[in-house]
Design a protein around this ligand. Structure first.
Ligand SMILES: Cc1ncc(COP(=O)(O)O)c(C=O)c1O
Length: 439
């Protein structure tokens, strides 16, 4: 009986036989599509494939035995609070420690203005939730972090991309975007100033004040996403945008890259009124962030040489980045260019005109190397000549081998391109569309 009723409503309202609930979903789910390349990534996780795709930290650098002992002691001594519900804003000790950590980038903040979140991804979610109605505009760099684009889509916000160059976001391009009709409707600028994901570039210090002034002039809030800021290869720190403009910047931080992503501890630092709304949004989503993982992070910061650990991480990443840059230089055919990161996890590669990196991906995986096609990092299907490589996880030897395989795939594509033209290349791999949920 029930089945017949739902069959009827499917026929009437266009539901699918595979998912009888199709007709009930909210309009915002329309943009929540699985990437076409997700299936390829299942193959890419096989050991024979060198994955230069994912952004997984090099956790083997962590002293796991020490952390295991700390976690055991935490449960034994503070289990009754660490395993209990906590406050929606996060535990006070950790918020204080977060303020000390942000001081490294020139931020003076009060723990009352920090909201602990389940990774900075949740901070992105609640920031978007409190600011964006369907159809609102968000300004973001071109390209931008795929996870943020997914969140913006889920809230039915429209993304307007603004050009970057080797020194990060271009102030003049931002000004021009804000003068357009869409730009005038923008709610905030979403920016990753340091060791950008995916572009691998860092916003020049001279541009920072100018960008803040432009946002101030156009009445635009800044959302500064900074998970990689302490991972500069030379140990360099850049002044956070928030350090110069406490009232107009929401700053997002994370322990995912400097400690461990599995703990899912991040935070937002926000002007007072915004902070109140963020806490309410967090409460309605999750009641409170896990007291347990917050306590693990807090204890780690209190008892461990966490700066020494960050140094160990960034030295490993520097070595891997050098291996990647040297291999790109050695193997990639003429006409390819790439960025030179000074920290973080990623290199952004541009391939010659006429090539399509998404169309090329199945062939790369057949050759046992994986990357993320550039279209994943745009809301508007640009990026077909770009790809993101990450060097954070594989060893230098694997990176070298991965780049060698990638170079041979690119060379093969270029041969095809010269022989048949770009139309043929695309027709080999079916229809193209953006794929904003990879890596
Ligand atoms: C720029 C950027 N923002 C946010 C995140 C989300 O990080 P978290 O693990 O803290 O949720 C990532 C993860 O890769 C990222 O690269």
């Amino acid at each position: 009986m029930t089945t017949r009723r739902s069959d009827l409503s499917q026929r009437d309202q266009g539901g699918s036989n595979l998912d009888p609930h199709t007709v009930r979903y909210a309009a915002r789910t329309i943009g929540m599509t699985a990437s076409e390349i997700r299936a390829l990534f299942a193959v890419a996780s096989r050991p024979e494939v060198v994955s230069l795709a994912g952004g997984m930290p090099h956790l083997a650098a962590l002293p796991l035995d020490v952390i295991a002992a700390e976690v055991g002691q935490l449960v034994a001594s503070d289990g009754l609070t660490a395993l209990q519900y906590g406050s929606a804003q996060g535990i006070p000790e950790l918020r204080e420690q977060i303020c000390e950590l942000m001081a490294l980038e020139g931020i003076q903040a009060h723990p009352d203005d920090v909201v602990v979140t389940v990774g900075s991804q949740m901070a992105l979610d609640i920031v978007t939730r409190i600011f964006c109605d369907p159809g609102d505009v968000i300004i973001a760099e071109a390209p931008s972090y795929v996870g943020a684009l997914g969140t913006f889509t889920a809230y039915q916000a429209k993304v307007v991309h603004v050009e970057m160059d080797a020194h990060g976001l271009v102030p003049e391009a931002l000004r021009a975007a804000l003068r357009t009709e869409a730009g005038r409707r923008a709610k905030f600028l979403y920016t990753i100033p340091n060791f950008h994901n995916p572009a691998g570039v860092t916003l020049a210090i001279e541009r920072r004040q100018e960008i803040l002034e432009i946002c101030e002039q156009f009445g635009l809030l800044v959302v500064e996403d900074n998970p990689y800021g302490l991972l500069g290869f030379r140990g360099q720190h850049y002044p956070a945008l928030r350090s110069a403009e406490p009232e107009n910047v929401v700053y997002l931080g994370s322990f995912s890259k400097t400690f461990a992503p599995g703990l899912r501890v991040g935070w937002a630092l926000a002007p007072h009124g915004v902070r109140e709304k963020l806490v309410l949004a967090a409460e309605s989503a999750i009641l409170c962030p896990p007291a347990f993982t917050q306590s693990v992070v807090s204890r780690y910061l209190a008892t461990h040489d966490w700066m020494g650990q960050i140094k160990a991480y960034r030295e490993a990443y520097r070595e891997r980045c050098e291996a990647m840059l040297a291999s790109l230089d050695h193997y990639l055919p003429d006409g390819c260019t790439w960025t030179t990161p000074e920290g973080g996890f990623y290199v952004w590669v541009t391939v010659p005109e006429g090539m399509d990196t998404k169309a090329m991906l199945p062939r790369a995986i057949t050759e046992r190397v994986a990357y993320v096609p550039g279209t994943a990092f745009y809301a508007d299907s640009f990026g077909s000549r770009q790809l993101r490589l990450s060097y954070c996880y594989p060893t230098p030897e694997r990176i070298k081998e991965g780049v060698r395989r990638l170079a041979s795939v690119i060379a093969g594509e270029l041969d095809l391109l010269h022989t048949f033209g770009s139309v043929h290349l695309r027709s080999l791999s079916g229809p193209q569309s953006p794929s904003p949920d990879t890596a």
